[in-house]
Design a protein around this ligand. Sequence first.
Ligand SMILES: Nc1ncnc2c1ncn2[C@@H]1O[C@H](COP(=O)(O)OP(=O)(O)O)[C@@H](O)[C@H]1O
Ligand SMILES: Cc1ncc(COP(=O)(O)OP(=O)(O)O)c(N)n1
Length: 267
Amino acid sequence: MTQIALTIAGSDSGGGAGIQADLKTFALHCVHGTSALTCVTAQNTLGVTQVEAMTVSMVKAQIEAVGSDFTVNSVKTGMLLHGEIIEGVAESINKFGFSKLVVDPVMVSRAGVQLIDDDAIALLTKLLIPQAAIVTPNRYEAEILSGLTINTIEEVKQAAVAIYERLGAKVVLVKGGGLLNSHRGTDIWYDGTELKILSEKAIETSNTHGTGCTLSAAICANLALEQDLWSSVIAAKKYVTAALKNFLNIGAGNGPVGHFFPLIKKI
Ligand SMILES: Nc1ncnc2c1ncn2[C@@H]1O[C@H](COP(=O)(O)OP(=O)(O)O)[C@@H](O)[C@H]1O
Ligand SMILES: Cc1ncc(COP(=O)(O)OP(=O)(O)O)c(N)n1
């Protein structure tokens, strides 16, 4: 049977993050990828130079087109840009009752640049995070969502608990790529009962563009394949780590992870 996943996210013209990263990740998991584009970014390995939003009606029409024709097994959200889009997306998600929902609360890039406005952050926390099966903030997003400063693993754990308690998330996975040196491969899971550490050795590279999108898309793909949430996260962590090890040294800035590493012919 063909499993189907939907990504609701922005386009990255450089192909490293956003919709492009999500669809590649779905394909490498043998999951049919569908998409609802929220915005278009002019972006490369050096950064974002321009952003344009899709209209709310077009975002909703894309979700409607996919949801009314296919059995969608899982959904992820990425860059949602502004409050009206978030309201529209939340409405459509409710309409179709998508329950295997991964919310990657894309707000701040690894470089610390805010990617959505303040109203959007408030609506994301109110309308989408409580509906998510799992929310996957990076270090900076976890600081905003928890109201805490994060430097150490202990502080990552405190933030994960605070986000769970303050926002009603079912599971929180705080990603550690923005931490210092040896902690960059360490993520913290909190499900209201247990704090779990997912740790991989930090990979020495600046070609990390798209790690967050890739991790959340891989979780979404594994959920579509009917794995449970914890197994989905473990497998996704393995996929993003391998993709990072196979980074693409392209462009003048921070290159993307290598999504298609399993297909590369060994000489
Ligand atoms: N240098 C690195 N070495 C190993 N793992 C990393 C590295 N950078 C990021 N990761 C992993 O990539 C995933 C995405 O995390 P992160 O980069 O923090 O997200 P985002 O792209 O949203 O900022 C996490 O599992 C994190 O541990
Ligand atoms: C269109 C678009 N969506 C999301 C991001 C952020 O990508 P992410 O993988 O979360 O983070 P980086 O590791 O690339 O900072 C983006 N840049 N563009």
